[in-house]
Write a protein that binds this ligand. Structure first.
Ligand SMILES: [Zn+2]
Length: 312
C-alpha cells in the first residue's frame, strides 16, 4: 500500500483493516489520538520476508514484531527501524526461514510512539511451502580440512560473523531498494535453500542448508554491490575466503564469498552497483564461483526476493 499519510483517524482505521486488524490501546487521554496504520502481507513463501509498514502522524520511537505460531508461541521477534528521519514511517522486516513449517501464523506488532503511547496490532500471515532441491557436494581433502577445522581462529571468525549479522544498528544506512544482482551471469550452480549433503574425503556425510546463490563464473569476474550501503566487513576468512558484507538497512546485509580480490574496506560507504571485488575460489570452494547471500535480522532469506524490489 502506498497511500499518503492518513489525515484523519477515521481514514487511518479504514486503511488499517485492509491488511491487519489494528487495535489501539485504550489509554485515557485528553490529547487527540494519533492517526496510524499498520500494513503487512497476507501471505509469504518460505525464504521470503514479511514487510510490516507502520505510518503515524506522531513520530515513532521504537518497535518490533513477533511471529507467533498456531499455539501462540513466538517463533521469531524482529526489531524494526525508522524509515524516515522524522519517524512518521517505521518498518519491521520479518525473515521467514526456509525451515519454518508452512501454515497460518500471527504477526503481533508493538510500537512505541515518541509521546510514549503504545500501538498494538495483530494480523495473520499464511506461510506457503517451497520445494527446495537436494544436492550432494563432494569435498576433497583440502575442503574437508576446512570443513572440519576446529581451530580457535576459525571458531572466532564464525562467532564474529554471526554476531555481526544479528546486529540491528539503528544508525545503519537506509537503502530500501531496488536491489540488483551482483553479476550478470545466469549460470547458477547451486540455489538458495538447497538441502546440501557434504561428502567428506573421509567418507563421512554432513547435511546443511545452502544459504545463498552460487553463480558459476570465471575467476576475476567483477562483482558489484546489490545495493547501496556501508561495508560492515571486508577480509579473509578460513571458510569463505575473501569476503565482503554490506549493511543496507538496520539488520539487512548482503554477503559475497570466495572472492579472489577485494576492492572495498570495512567502514566504506558504497553506492548500489559499486565494485566489491573479483570472483574467485577462495575458502571452502569446489571451483570458481560467487556465493551471494542476503540476511535479515540474522536469518538467511532468498536473494532473488530482493532483485528489482523496493522493500518500502
Ligand atoms: Zn554457495
Amino acid at each position: 500500500m502506498r497511500a499518503a499519510r492518513p489525515r484523519s483517524r477515521a481514514r487511518g482505521l479504514v486503511a488499517a483493516v485492509l491488511a491487519l486488524v489494528a487495535v489501539r490501546s485504550a489509554i485515557p487521554s485528553s490529547k487527540p489520538e494519533a492517526a496510524w496504520t499498520v500494513t503487512a502481507p497476507a501471505s509469504v513463501r518460505q525464504g521470503e520476508v514479511a514487510v510490516v509498514d507502520v505510518r503515524s502522524d506522531v513520530a515513532i520511537a521504537s518497535g518490533s514484531a513477533a511471529l507467533a505460531g498456531p499455539s501462540g508461541s513466538t517463533v521469531t521477534r524482529s526489531v524494526g527501524f525508522r524509515a524516515t528521519e522524522a519517524g512518521s514511517r517505521f518498518v519491521v522486516l520479518i525473515p521467514i526461514a526456509t525451515t519454518l513449517t508452512p501454515g497460518v501464523y500471527s504477526i503481533e506488532t508493538s510500537i512505541e510512539l515518541a509521546d510514549g503511547a503504545p500501538i498494538h496490532s495483530t494480523g495473520s500471515l499464511a506461510v506457503e511451502a517451497v520445494a527446495y532441491p537436494s544436492e550432494d557436494v563432494q569435498l576433497n581433502a583440502a575442503n574437508t580440512a576446512i570443513r572440519t577445522d576446529a581451530s580457535p581462529e576459525r571458531l572466532e571468525q564464525i562467532r564474529a560473523l554471526s554476531e555481526l549479522l544479528a546486529t540491528v544498528d539503528q544508525g545503519a544506512p537506509r537503502f530500501a531498494g531496488p536491489f540488483i544482482t551482483p553479476v550478470d551471469s545466469t549460470r547458477r550452480t547451486s540455489l538458495f535453500g538447497d538441502r546440501r549433503r557434504y561428502i567428506r574425503s573421509d567418507g563421512k556425510a554432513e547435511t546443511t542448508i545452502h544459504y545463498g546463490i552460487d553463480f558459476g563464473i570465471p575467476t576475476g569476474t567483477p562483482v558489484r554491490s546489490t545495493g547501496a550501503g556501508r561495508v560492515a566487513f571486508a577480509g579473509n576468512r578460513i571458510s569463505t575466503g575473501f569476503t565482503a558484507v554490506v549493511e543496507h538497512l538496520p539488520g539487512v546485509y548482503s554477503l559475497y564469498y570466495h572472492l579472489s580480490a577485494l576492492s572495498v574496506t570495512t567502514g566504506q560507504e558504497i553506492a548500489a552497483g559499486a565494485p566489491i571485488g573479483l570472483s574467485g575460489s577462495t575458502g571452502l570452494s569446489t571451483g570458481p564461483h560467487l556465493h551471494w547471500e542476503m540476511r535479515v535480522n540474522g536469518e538467511a532469506v532468498s536473494p532473488d526476493w530482493f532483485v528489482e524490489r523496493a522493500l518500502y
